[in-house]
Each structure stands twice: as C-alpha cells, then as structure tokens.
Design a protein around this ligand. Sequence first.
Ligand SMILES: [Zn+2]
Length: 93
Amino acid sequence: MANFKYFADINGETFELTKIRHNGRSASKASNFSGRTPDGELVPATRMIEFKSNPSKHVCDARCMNATGKIMKCECSCGGKNHGKGGYMAVAA
Ligand SMILES: [Zn+2]
C-alpha cells in the first residue's frame, strides 16, 4: 500500500500538510486538496506524492528534484519534500 503525502510550496519553503481535505470535485489532482501547515494554516496543496511503503530512502538527486507528472512517486530520504520541487522553484540565472 502506498501512502500519499501532500505538500505546499509557499515562498520557497515546503510544508508537509496534515488534515487533508478534498474539495469534492471529481478530479483528484493536488490542487483539489488542501490541508494545514505545521502552523495550522489552511492552504491548497501544490504537490501530491505517492510514497512507497518500503522506501529505499536514498539521498535525493536531480531525478527526484525534477520529477514531473500528475502523481509523483518518491522513496528517498526527503520523504517527498523535495520531490518535483525543481518545477516550482525559480531558476537562478
Ligand atoms: Zn525525494
């Protein structure tokens, strides 16, 4: 069984969300979910990660950071936090 984790990228910081709720629409993209940051703020999810139940917990690499796709799978030590983050970060010139 895979676990889904939800993350929000706010001002360059990544928060893992808890108390996830779905907005009731038929789609189940990350944007249809919202949850609370560790501070208790309710924010929309920007990324949804399928985290393997037996993760190898290897160190994150570019493949993880630059992952794309509707549902991203991760099994590295970041726990999904860095997964696909490359696509949400402004690229420094
Ligand atoms: Zn990762």
